[in-house]
Ligand binder design. Structure first.
Ligand code: AR6
Length: 189
């Protein structure tokens, strides 16, 4: 585990399963249908139970009939999970190629998730490593985008969050995030 303090907010990196954590909100690496899938999405819906999908269906009917666009975020209950809320966002599909466009969309996914958390007065949020599984974005590049976006948001919203954490499923992904965090802290921050 790695932990740093940015103002009053603790930013931490842990190895683990995002469906097990007890932050107020967890973020789902969803797809535009909001109807579930594999990876984090599959784990959240299967452990959280049907009340999450029920709200997703409602969101599709009302707010996003054509699907949730990449980079946007919506919020639902978290069913049987320890968290109170699930924030569903959609990262870019890279399939191995990550250009500026995918980086911007990935940054949007993190920023819009934090924005919706702030709007709901949520104090603690857990993120997975969005787009680095089925969507195949480069993990090192994704970690830079993820950490820079989150750190910038914390700095611009200093009294908003007590804790933001990245819950990384595999040791190798955790190590890359840890390395990137150290690089960012040594640079300009
Ligand atoms: N907790 C934390 N991280 C996890 C967990 C977990 N329980 N399970 C997997 N990961 P992915 P994406 C890691 O594929 O790339 C779905 O089918 C995993 O090791 O979940 O954004 C959706 O429905 C990887 O590092 O999300 C979409 O169709 C990271 O989470 C599509 O996949 C993200 O992997 C989204 O793809």
């Amino acid at each position: 585990m790695k932990e740093v303090k940015i103002g009053k907010t603790t930013l931490s990196l842990i190895v683990g399963d995002i469906t097990e954590v007890d932050t107020e909100a967890i973020v789902n690496a969803a797809n535009p249908t909001l109807m579930g899938g594999g990876g984090v999405d599959g784990a959240i819906h299967s452990k959280g139970g049907p009340s999450i999908l029920k709200e997703c269906i409602q969101i599709r009917k009302t707010l996003y009939p054509e699907g949730l666009p990449t980079g946007k975020a919506v919020i639902t209950n978290a069913g049987n999970l320890k968290a109170k809320y699930v924030i569903h966002t959609v990262g870019p599909i890279c399939n191995g190629v990550m250009t500026e466009k995918e980086k911007e969309l990935l940054s949007d996914a993190y920023r819009n998730s934090l924005l919706i958390a702030k709007q709901h007065n949520i104090k603690s949020v857990s993120f997975p490593s969005i787009s680095t599984g089925a969507y195949r974005c480069d993990i090192k590049e994704s970690s830079k985008v993820a950490l820079k976006t989150v750190i910038d948001f914390i700095k611009q919203n200093p009294d908003t969050f007590d804790k933001i954490q990245f819950v990384l499923f595999q040791e190798n992904i955790y190590k890359l995030y840890q390395q990137t965090l150290e690089e960012i802290l040594n640079e300009s921050y």
